[in-house]
Design a protein around this ligand. Structure first.
Ligand SMILES: Cc1cc2nc3c(=O)[nH]c(=O)nc-3n(C[C@H](O)[C@H](O)[C@H](O)COP(=O)(O)OP(=O)(O)OC[C@H]3O[C@@H](n4cnc5c(N)ncnc54)[C@H](O)[C@@H]3O)c2cc1C
Length: 394
């Protein structure tokens, strides 16, 4: 059973309009992205022309309502849509993660009517490219304690500090930037054209060289008061928590995408390669890896679909199930990509085969949007609270 059939059975899906969008996206990825992925990496960035083409198709706003120029995909179809891009290209998938999920969907949730009307159509049309700036050189997992600061001055707020690891930061024209004042954080919508902003590309990455990763320096950057996103002093509790939840959902599907692509490569290669006068697929130890990969991927897909269904229903458990899905699929992506490379032997160690790329791309999923250890912390708190049988011996 493939992904689509599993989705059909688990969720009784069947929205022809949304399915047509996914099918068209598959075609788009096949012709516009897949053949050029290595080129994107070598050129250290996806072409701006490709971003414009994605915008023209509505892909930069795939999950936004139509009134803002979006395709109105529900969370389940948006997950599948993310998978389509993630199978082929980490950079375009990353653009969807930061631009559409982290920034766009957070704006949808917390933006004022004026903010939404101003920014969302511009994000949809690609007129603005957005990035999410939380992490810093000295602050990663401990994100409540960012050091970038803000203070009030007349009719604006003034930001100072350094942000690091900002995906698409080098070409973004607007950012959500999280800064602190008196121990309390606030999220700001910041335009790149504001005086005092400099970005510097981050080089030497293991994967994702085409994602325009950047460090951002903020030197007395003035932000108009109407550009506070959500409430002043509640940046972490509302905006950051929501943005990371959206990001984790995207990364859950990104992990599934890498694992699925690696499995398909592993299976195809085992059908083609002959050793000891037999196809690799005939060796039990190879079949063991394939069997494990299929099982893990089906489990990972079930978790993604469950998270998607709960998100669609706005169920209170949606965030926890998203965390569980992100934790699990990123682990599965690393394991399956590792086994897929193993099945390819020496060939897998070269850029001639996609498993080399998948192996490198999988790792970062265990680090971003909250590392696996942070997810374990969250999930274990949930477990300790929910699976404690009071008064019983076990
Ligand atoms: C390719 C890439 C893209 C990124 N994109 C963005 C972006 O767009 N925007 C953005 O804001 N950030 C981005 N980041 C930053 C990312 O979110 C951080 O790297 C991540 O939060 C981890 O922080 P850190 O790297 O500082 O690691 P640290 O927090 O220093 O952690 C180091 C290790 O210690 C572990 N650890 C830390 N605290 C604990 C604890 N309490 N218990 C157990 N283990 C712990 C971690 O799990 C990790 O294994 C990106 C990073 C990368 C590599």
């Amino acid at each position: 059973m493939g992904g689509a059939e599993q989705e059909g059975i688990l969720l009784e899906m069947g929205n022809a309009g949304q399915e047509a969008i996914i099918a068209e996206a598959e075609e788009f990825v096949k012709t516009e992205i897949r053949p050029y992925v290595n080129e994107f990496e070598e050129n250290k960035g996806i072409p701006l022309d490709l971003i414009n083409k994605m915008a023209e198709k509505g892909y930069l706003a795939a999950s936004f309502p139509e009134e803002y120029g979006g395709l109105d995909l529900d969370p389940i179809y948006y997950g599948q849509f993310t998978e389509v891009f993630g199978k082929a290209c980490v950079a375009t998938r990353s653009l969807l993660t930061v631009h559409t999920s982290l920034v766009g969907e957070t704006l949808l949730r917390f933006g004022t009517i004026e903010q939404k009307e101003k920014w969302l159509p511009q994000l949809a049309s690609g007129q603005q490219i957005a990035a999410f700036a939380l992490s810093e050189p000295d602050i990663g997992s401990d994100a409540k304690n960012v050091q970038t600061s803000w203070y009030e001055e007349d009719d604006c707020y003034v930001l100072n500090g350094t942000k690091k690891w900002i995906t698409f930061g080098h070409i973004a024209s607007m950012f959500i930037i999280v800064a602190i004042n008196n121990g309390k954080s606030t999220a700001f919508l910041v335009e790149r054209s504001s005086p005092g902003i400099e970005t510097y590309p981050i080089e030497g990455l293991m994967a994702g060289q085409a994602t325009y990763l950047a460090e951002i320096q903020l030197n007395h950057v003035k932000v108009p008061k109407e550009n506070v996103l959500g409430k002043l002093n509640f940046g972490f509790e509302y905006v950051v928590a929501t943005a990371l939840d959206q990001g984790r959902y995207s990364i859950a599907w990104a992990g599934l995408a890498i694992a699925q692509e690696a499995l398909e490569a592993m299976v195809s290669y085992s059908h083609k390669r002959t050793q000891f006068n037999q196809k690799l697929r005939n060796f039990q130890l190879i079949r063991g890896m394939i069997g494990d990969a299929v099982t893990k991927i089906h489990a990972a897909r079930a978790l993604c679909l469950k998270a998607g269904k709960l998100r669609k229903e706005k169920h209170p458990d949606a965030t926890m199930e998203t965390t569980i899905a992100k934790y699990f699929t990123s682990k599965v992506a690393v394991e399956v990509a590792n086994d897929a490379l193993q099945v390819h032997g020496g060939n897998g160690f070269t850029k001639d085969y996609p498993v080399e790329r998948l192996y490198r791309e999988a790792k970062v999923l265990e680090i971003i949007e909250g590392s696996s250890q942070m997810q374990q912390e969250i999930i274990s708190h949930y477990g300790l609270r929910n699976y404690y049988k009071r008064g019983k011996r076990s």
